[in-house]
Design a protein around this ligand. Sequence first.
Ligand SMILES: Nc1nc2c(c(=O)[nH]1)N=C([C@H](O)[C@H](O)COP(=O)(O)OP(=O)(O)OP(=O)(O)O)CN2
Ligand SMILES: [Zn+2]
Length: 148
Amino acid sequence: MSSKAYPIAYLTRIEKFSACHRLHSPHLNDAENAATYGKCNNFHGHGHNYTVEVTLKGPINPVNGMVMNITDLKVAINTAIMSTMDHKNLDKDVPYFKDHVSTTENVAFYIWQNLQNVLENPSLLYEVKIYETDKNVITFRGEVTGTD
Ligand SMILES: Nc1nc2c(c(=O)[nH]1)N=C([C@H](O)[C@H](O)COP(=O)(O)OP(=O)(O)OP(=O)(O)O)CN2
Ligand SMILES: [Zn+2]
């Protein structure tokens, strides 16, 4: 019996979207929210130009030479990210953020879940990285800890 080794590659697609939000937790009272989130708890909210990097990891298909066709990845990203979040108020327009604080950590996790739902082969998804600003960067790789 012979086994074949397929080279593994990482494929990254980068998109940008703009959205506004306010950091406010339903689990905290007004004073606790103000103390926790400071200016980001301002009632009127604020906006970001987010940059998101979606990375797939997988074998290079020996027939078509691809981990995944970027044309299809574009469609998945458009469905999972752009159509739901670009030029939106995250807290008001995206149902997930009605009961999850719209921190960039939660945005990364939300994007991960959305991509898993739309990718034909979700096991290829390796990393979601979001630049909320030039200085603030969140990475999620599907890792979880604990049971509760
Ligand atoms: N762990 C997290 N902390 C904070 C988040 C977050 O998503 N996760 N978000 C915010 C605010 O919403 C806001 O995005 C931070 O803005 P700001 O402090 O203005 O951004 P910079 O760090 O780039 O600005 P500087 O003024 O240059 O420090 C807060 N915390
Ligand atoms: Zn913010």
